[in-house]
Design a binder for this molecule. Structure first.
Ligand SMILES: [Zn+2]
Length: 49
């Protein structure tokens, strides 16, 4: 399977809920703010909120 980086940018969405709003790419997570908050604890970003 060929992976196109440009396609990745075009289809920048939350990998969890697929929304296109408020996507956080800071940690290469590609998740929205809401989902980030959910996974933040698991990843150890407890100070985010
Ligand atoms: Zn999301």
């Amino acid at each position: 399977m060929k992976r196109d980086i440009r396609e990745d940018k075009k289809n920048r969405r939350c990998r969890i809920c697929k929304t296109r709003q408020s996507i956080i790419r800071k940690y290469d997570l590609n998740v929205c703010r809401r989902c980030f908050k959910d996974i933040a604890e698991k990843l150890g970003f407890k100070k985010y909120d």
